[in-house]
Each structure stands twice: as C-alpha cells, then as structure tokens.
Design a binder for this molecule. Sequence first.
Ligand code: NZQ
Ligand code: ZN
Length: 385
Amino acid sequence: MNNFTYHNPVRIRFGKGAVASLAEELPADATILMVYGGGSIKKNGVYDRVMAVAKDRIAGEFGGIEPNPLYETCMKAVDAVGTAGANFLLAVGGGSVLDATKFIAAASKFDGGDPWRILSEGAEVASALPFGTILTLPATGSEMNGNSVISRRSTNEKLAFGSPRVLPVFSILDPETTYTLPPRQVTNGIVDAFVHVMEQYLTYPVGGYLQDRQAEAILLTLIDRAKAVKNDPNDYDTRAAIMWCATLALNGLIGCGVPGDWTTHAVGHELTALYGVDHAQSLAIVLPGVMRHQRDRKREKLLQYGERVWGIRATDEARRIDEAIARTEEFFRDTGCDTRLSDYGIPESAGRIVAERLEKRGVKSLGEHSAITPSHVAEILKLRA
Ligand code: NZQ
Ligand code: ZN
C-alpha cells in the first residue's frame, strides 16, 4: 500500500430531522448568506425547515445557482456576500450549489486578480470564507470533500479546483430531503457515486486489501439499492444507504494509499461543457470505453471486479473481462442512464474535438500510469459512438 496522509475534518449530521441541528452548527458570531439553486428547496419544504431554525441568523439569500454552476453566476453571489456583510455561507441543495458555494467562498477572499485563475491556472486558495452545507442530492461527495467544479459560459469550459480551505465546516444530510428528487437525478446520483468508486479502484493492485473491500462494498450497495429505490422510492433506509454511499465514495477514504484513474471525469467534463449532457450521463458514456481501451493495463483489477462485484467466474480471462464491462454498462442502462454518444445525439467527431481541447489546455496524459494521451481519448470516445 502506498503512503498517505488523511485528514477530513468535516462534521456530518446524518438522519431524519437532521436539518434541525443547523441551530447548533451555525457559529454564534456568523453573519450568513444562504446559497441555493433553482427553487427545489422552496417546493419540497427544505427552505422552510431552514428558516424555522435559522431565520434570525440569515442576513441574505442568493438563489439561482444552476446545475453545472456558472462562474458568471458565482461572481454575482460574491457581490451578494459584500452586500450582506456575510462572514459565513450556507449552501442548501445539490452538488452544484455546494460547488458554487466553495468557489464563492474562495473568490470572496481572493486577492490575486480574477478568481477564474483559481480554475484556469490553479492559483492558490490562500483563504476562503467558512461555510456549512445541507445536501439534498446524494451524488458528488462535495459535502465531505474540498473539490469544486465550475463552468464558464463565455468559453464553454468546465474546470475543477481543490483545496482543504474549501472543506465544509459541517454538512447536514437528511435522506428524507431526497424523496422529491426526479428519477433522473436519483439515477444520476447513483451513477456518479459508482464511477467515483471505480476511478479509485479499477487501476492495478498495490496491496490495498481494505480499500478494495471498501470500494466493493460501496459498489455492491449501490447496485443493490438502485433496484430498491425504483421499486420503493420512499423507503428511508434505501435513501439513507444511497446517501451515505455517495458521501463515502468521494470523501478521500477509499482513495487512501491506492492509485486513481480520473480519466472518465476529465473526459466527461468536456462532454458536459460541449454538449450539455448531465455530469453522470457523461460518465456513463466514458467509463465503459476506458475499461475497454485500458483492459490490459487494468487486467488484474478487472478480473477482481468481475468476480467480486458481479460474480463472474468463467475460465477464460478475456471473456470474464468482456462480461465485467458489459455488466457495468447494463447496470447504468438498467438504472436509467443511457451510455452511448448517439443516445444523446452527440456526433462522432466528439472524440477528436475533446482530444484537441485537452491538448490545448496542456493535458499530456491521464490515468494511473499517465499513459492515456489525448489521442487515446479520441480512441476511447470512438468506442462509445
Ligand atoms: O437547482 P434546484 O432547483 O435545487 O434543482 C436541482 C437541479 O435541477 C435538483 N435537485 C436537487 N435536490 C433536489 C432537487 N430536486 C428535487 N428535490 C431535491 N431534493 O437536481 C438538479 C441537479 O442538481 P445538481 O446539484 O446539479 O446535481 P449534482 O448533485 O449531481 O451535482 C452535479 C455537479 O457537481 C459536479 C458536477 O460536475 C456537476 O457540476 N461534481 C462535483 C464534485 C465534487 N465537488 O467533488 C465531484 C463530481 O464528480 C462532480 O464533478
Ligand atoms: Zn462525478
């Protein structure tokens, strides 16, 4: 197992009625700007529940953060921070609202010029406003990590940054807030979490025996509960399991001491920026292609995954790998997520265009061996027509 440092200070308040714990979590001296999305929290009662416990504490509100949050919108929110005199942010919503809040927190304190530099040049986040979150969509793990992905409309870019300074102080997770999610978003969440696990698991063995089992446990639970949530969307324990799976899929734990391959996310972000597919849809397109293209380099882990997650035990190795890839794609489709470029009307030229964009941005290679070049990315997307 590789050496690692793990430090995750995010306090989680999980369970039925957890929104009420907001009263205890908000710092006494906080002047708060609440940040939310397009209005789902007003329809499903989460807004009212926040107000019931924190109305007097909230100095201002900023709504209208869009899915795949825009830099342009976040910069308006930075102005709202100033207007409200806020020294603490409260994000209420899905991953997009949380990610936007992280960027707003960093941009509000940034003194290196245009805060876009944090994304485009990796400019250092020397300080950020503190913030807490109330998560209503299990998917991204943003509630317990220091990552954020922001898009820029004017250039059609979607870029990520990460910093320990944008880890939430606390995150409140009440599975009951997820009952109102449209089926497409439930599916998206399951697929996103599944792929986060795969990208920290499907590389090569390094003796991370525990991490492998942790990853497989999350995959197996997601597969099992994906069916259950379709049959009984209001089953609390199913919603709770999916929510906790998504958090643990990307809070750094399963990635400790093991290599990662984030090719699927890197390519997926380009597909979203260029063609507007949902984040999870982009991943469902790309991952089976990465698995096929990299089947030799990932041979041992593909066999392990096939056997332990899908129970594949045929004698012929090549067939076992084929089946593991096919079962993965089938799982995405059964869960309600299409997996081919053509399913979304994305042209075959996407491969070449994405490769060119990566090259232009100076991306030389991706993957656990840094062996996946932009031209390999074009080949991967060709497999996904
Ligand atoms: O905007 P509102 O009205 O709130 O509606 C949202 C939105 O339309 C709706 N929604 C959320 N909770 C709801 C609800 N509708 C009904 N009931 C509820 N309880 O769902 C829609 C999608 O929300 P969004 O936040 O965009 O989805 P998600 O959580 O999947 O976030 C996706 C974003 O996160 C980024 C993605 O790239 C994408 O921009 N990611 C962030 C990561 C991170 N920070 O670590 C990692 C991920 O890999 C990912 O890249
Ligand atoms: Zn993701």
